[in-house]
Ligand binder design. Structure first.
Ligand code: NAG
Ligand code: NAG
Length: 138
């Protein structure tokens, strides 16, 4: 009895101490390959980079990506996460031009949310970002 009480309190603490993010998506560039991109996940409130991915596609015009991360709350991540995808790319631009930058914001999410899953579509040829699926568990 006492042990199970201790375990369930411990379980509740574990639930609120970090939030799991599962962000999957596709990035597409209709211009002829090669094209290169960097996708960063940042907390916009503090401009803290949580994770990132850089790659070049030599043959494909689209690529799937999948970020899995756990963010602790407290410290720099305060009461809300304000996650954004920051995308830098050279799709359809001249070699001498600077990389283009796009942002996709997920808005504010309470740090007590246990699990956050997003499915996104990024079309660099049309400058569009779209959130196809969002499902959060509190
Ligand atoms: C992305 O934009 C290009 C250019 O308009 C279009 O041909 C392509 O079908 C779009 N891709 C998706 C998945 O909507
Ligand atoms: C995409 O956005 C950038 C920056 O706002 C702009 O310079 C570029 O012309 C846009 N491209 C298209 C295809 O709309």
């Amino acid at each position: 009895m006492r042990l199970s009480l201790v375990l369930s309190i411990f379980g509740m603490l574990a639930v609120v101490l970090s939030t799991r993010f599962d962000i999957i998506g596709t990035i597409e560039c209709q211009a002829a390959p090669p094209w290169c991109y960097t996708i960063k996940i940042i907390d916009a409130t503090y401009n803290v980079k949580a994770t990132s991915l850089s790659a070049c596609e030599l043959a494909n015009n689209n690529k799937k990506f999948h970020f899995k991360l756990n963010l602790d709350w407290g410290g720099v991540f305060d009461r809300d996460f304000e996650l954004q995808l920051l995308i830098q790319h050279d799709c359809g631009i001249e070699i001498d031009d600077e990389m283009q930058t796009m942002r996709l914001s997920f808005g504010q999410v309470s740090t007590t949310t246990y699990f956050i899953r997003k499915e996104v579509k990024i079309n660099l040829s049309t400058n569009t970002t779209e959130i196809l699926i969002r499902s959060d568990w509190n």
